[in-house]
Write a protein that binds this ligand. Sequence first.
Ligand SMILES: [Zn+2]
Length: 225
Amino acid sequence: MTNDLMCALGLINTHITESGGALMNEQAADAFSALQARASAAGFQLSVASSFRSYERQLAIFNGKWRGERPVLDDFDRALIRQDYSEEQWLHRILRFSALPGTSRHHWGTDIDIFDPTHIPVGESLQLIPSEYRNGGIFEDLTQWLDERIAADDCEGFFRPYDRDRGGVSEEPWHLSYEPVASALRPLVTAGNLRDLWLREPGLRPDGYESILPLLNELMDRYVV
Ligand SMILES: [Zn+2]
């Protein structure tokens, strides 16, 4: 397995540096610093809520949800009950908000979840839900500022891969991706590469492996952007 492939699947962190509290690819971190400076001039404290996440971490999140130990929510933020769903239905419910390990864009160090801490009312905390970022939400102005930059292709290389609901992953207006590096890694995230990994390293197989394997091509098409 090449270094690039291990990086694409989140198996190594040698491509990651620490920058202002965030774990990012160095080139992406530099571009983000430039974007932060421009955001600051426009009155926003552009901050990172989540950056690099390893395969192992994503595996723990996914397995926790598969087992019903972590909450799995519907589109209205209501917790779902594992027993009400078949394995296949449950899988789709999880993938709407959480990636299959190996397919998270957060593996690359190019993708971050952003917010502005100065816009959070005292006593409240960040929830990372669309209503915070859209009409009337606490980050509406920041979203609009980013929308304008992205539309003008003037966002230091960042774009929103989950700008709208395409029937797979839910809309994630907080998620930014550094395109120049991300677009080089994305082609390595394939069903074939995941199958090879799980064949060679049974310890890295996600829970529900037997249910996932026959659906893998379809899941990748639907949920990997
Ligand atoms: Zn994200």
